[in-house]
Design a protein around this ligand. Structure first.
Ligand code: BDR
Ligand code: CA
Length: 313
């Protein structure tokens, strides 16, 4: 099979950074057409810069990085410096990137690419708030049918929430955008907290990155060390969830994940449960299924894949 054409839509974020590295380390599986940055973990000025830092770290200054939307569709931006630090990529000291930011707006790039490539051949991998994707769908509804698959990190059912008691960060930041994406009719695969909270960075897993004795291995180890503190304190767990790379790992080794094809709706009204992914896991409604909602991951297989691929960089 030829490598899958994808666009990563992202708000780096240390775990976003690892997702980008995994994609760049896997050319036989993934053809990365471009990266679109969105405001999320930190403001857009930082997420677009961080995306370029990561490409340069991977030795790929040729990757096209675009700046997309700087605020959610209808709400004020909520950020997550409390998890990712002031820069979004806190941990090791990183040089400013020298590779250029593309002039085109990220949303226009998404629209143009989906129109230019054959229908059903481009996969979108959103690993931040869904603002760019929903804005593209709203502006150019014709592209929704042309998407091969959307593989996103966001939402939760059994794990409920991480930014509020009932919502996961990416969905909570822009619930209106999430609603548009979840009702787009495009084939949707969701990596919720139910999966990512099982993908924990234990000490031996971080040591595997460090023992690569490469700049990428060292950076990934330092990033994971950094954002671990917060989650270990919060959850009392052995490590922190490495959320976003689950999407890329799914494209490479889908058998690592298990879930159900079910209906998932987004709450956009209630103050208490704003941004909740209301997942009909038990199929108690007759609402039509719109998402492959994952629940389980082979975490050892996932970390083995990550270590094997990142060692190439
Ligand atoms: C998601 O929110 C961000 O902080 C992470 O990068 C991930 O995409 C987890 O809720
Ligand atoms: Ca993210």
């Amino acid at each position: 099979m030829p490598p899958r054409k994808i666009i990563i839509d992202t708000d780096p974020g240390q775990d976003d950074a690892v997702a980008i590295l995994l994609a760049l380390a896997s050319p036989e599986d993934i053809d990365l057409l471009g990266i679109t940055a969105v405001a999320g973990n930190v403001p857009l000025a930082l997420t677009q810069k961080n995306a370029r830092i990561v490409c340069e770290l991977a030795g790929r200054p040729d990757v096209k990085v675009f700046a997309g939307c700087d605020a959610p569709m209808k709400r004020k931006l909520i950020t997550a410096e409390h998890v990712h630090g002031k820069t979004g990529l806190d941990g090791p000291v990183m040089e400013d990137p020298t590779m250029p930011l593309q002039e085109q707006h990220g949303v226009d790039f998404i629209i143009e690419t989906l129109r230019a490539e054959a229908p059903g051949t481009v996969t979108l991998c959103p690993i931040g708030p869904l603002t760019n994707i929903a804005t593209a769908f709203e502006r150019a509804p014709d592209i929704m049918d042309r998407v091969q698959e959307i593989v996103l990190m966001g939402g939760a059912y059994f794990e409920v929430g991480n930014i509020t008691p009932s919502a996961e960060f990416n969905i909570y930041v822009d619930p209106e955008a999430a609603k548009i994406v979840f009702s787009s009719g495009a084939p949707l695969t969701v990596m919720p907290l139910d999966v990512t909270h099982k993908a924990l960075t234990t000490k031996p897993r971080i040591d595997a990155f460090r023992s690569m004795h490469s700049r990428v291995g060292d950076m990934v180890a330092e990033w994971t060390d950094f954002f671990e503190r917060f989650d270990m304190e919060k959850y009392g767990s052995e490590g922190a969830p490495l959320h976003d790379p689950c999407t890329i790992a799914y494209l490479i080794e889908p058998q690592l994940f298990q879930g159900r094809h079910i209906n998932v709706e987004i709450e956009t009204q209630s103050d208490l449960t704003l941004g909740m992914t209301v997942a009909d896991w038990w199929r108690v409604t007759d609402r039509p299924a719109n998402a492959m909602f994952m629940k389980d991951i082979d975490a050892s297989g996932f970390y083995a894949l990550l270590a094997a691929r990142l060692a190439r960089l």
